[in-house]
Design a protein. Structure first.
Length: 383
């Protein structure tokens, strides 16, 4: 018993307890909102599944804190095989979710979204690749190095789009890449070149890559009256979300009392539009708490990365922070009508086992960065 207590004391001194507390606070708040949002469904299944996912996520947080992620990154070929295996399984046995994208693997009543798991493995692989290229003779900003990074990204991005048609999930990988390139100190000319290339390719992508439905999704955000004049079609979700947020005022209508949250007027209220539920029932105060919690989590990840003293760890933390930042910005943006509705979950708050497990695993990896930094500092003091 004494050894166990000694282990946990040592563990929590080196692990990032603050990050764990923030993640748990956000996820518990999320369960409260999911419980309220799913009340009209007359089932407690969503709450039970979310609690089970949080328990699994907490276990992964503790595990990844202890795991030396560099050892996993050095066995990159295993991660590549894992990624390809997940994508192959999605191609062969994937099923459509509620949004119509072929993005789920189902085993009985359990659903797994492979793109959520791929965010973690992609971040680990890209951090290793970019750290090695930075230390190479030619450096990270050489044409050869940039081409290698671009090919890596396009491979995973293209396969996700082709197999699942889930543009929302695919875009997360783009922002992981951007965050890592910025943290690695990639020359600014490459960012300018990428922006110019994106602008030049935009008309082609708009006409050739996007379907009519996807184009209308984007146009509906900025020209709702032209795309959907009666408001009963593609703009329905966004319109109801904005009405719910506006009706909440400062303090909200009360938990479990929201007009739209407690009816079927607000679609996907326990998943994509959980922020709108918070706005209607808890008002601006509830939304502010959500934003503060998520901002604190992201900033804590960045701080740990900057203090890591290791480039690979810094890049990994930057990528995971970029992942969470994009999802927060896109989810809240679509709820308030600033960004297109593309089905991105709000980390730690939206219902979804794959999402909550991935978020906790990402936080655990960051905690592991601090854990190893403390071990290195202790070893240097002993020497």
């Amino acid at each position: 018993m004494t050894r166990v207590l000694r282990f946990f004391r040592s563990y929590f001194r080196r692990a990032d307890t603050l990050l764990l507390i923030l993640c748990l606070a956000a996820s518990v708040f999320g369960v409260v909102l999911i419980s309220s949002a799913s009340r009209s469904y007359e089932t407690n299944r969503y709450v039970l599944v979310q609690i089970a996912a949080i328990a699994l996520g907490l276990f992964l947080y503790l595990l990844f804190t202890l795991l030396d992620i560099d050892l996993l990154g050095d066995r990159w070929y295993l991660l590549v095989l894992f990624n390809l295996g997940l994508l192959a399984a999605l191609k062969l046995w994937g099923v459509e979710g509620e949004t119509g994208n072929r993005s789920w693997l189902r085993f009985g009543g359990i659903g797994i979204q492979p793109s959520e798991l791929l965010k973690i493995t992609f971040s680990i692989l890209l951090a290793r690749q970019m750290a090695r290229l930075s230390q190479s003779r030619k450096g990270l900003s050489s044409v050869v190095s940039v081409l290698q990074i671009v090919v890596h990204f396009l491979l995973i991005f293209g396969l996700i789009v082709l197999i699942s048609a889930d543009m929302g999930s695919a875009l997360v990988f783009l922002f992981i890449l951007i965050a890592m390139c910025f943290a690695a100190g990639l020359h600014i000319l490459w960012f300018l070149a990428a922006a110019a290339a994106a602008a030049a390719a935009a008309p082609i992508l708009w006409n050739k890559l996007l379907s009519d439905y996807q184009r209308n999704r984007i146009l509906a955000t900025y020209y709702p009256d032209q795309v959907d004049p009666d408001g009963l079609g593609i703009t329905w979700q966004a319109r109801q979300s904005k009405i719910a947020l506006a009706s909440g005022g400062i303090s909200g209508q009360g938990l479990g009392q929201g007009t739209r949250s407690q009816s079927d007027l607000l679609p996907f209220k326990h998943t994509d539009f959980i922020f709108s539920v918070a706005g209607e029932e808890l008002g601006l105060i509830g939304c502010g708490i959500i934003v503060l919690l998520l901002t604190a989590i992201i900033l804590r990840i960045i701080v740990i990365g900057m203090r890591s003293g290791n480039q690979r760890d810094l890049l990994l933390c930057a990528g995971l922070a970029g992942m969470l930042t994009f999802q927060v910005f896109e989810n809240i943006g679509m709820c308030v009508g600033l960004t297109p509705v593309i089905g991105v979950t709000l980390p730690f708050f939206s219902y979804g086992g794959s999402s909550i497990v991935t978020s906790f695993a990402a936080a655990g990896i960051v905690s592991g960065v601090r854990f190893r930094k403390c071990n290195r500092d202790m070893s240097s003091r002993l020497e």
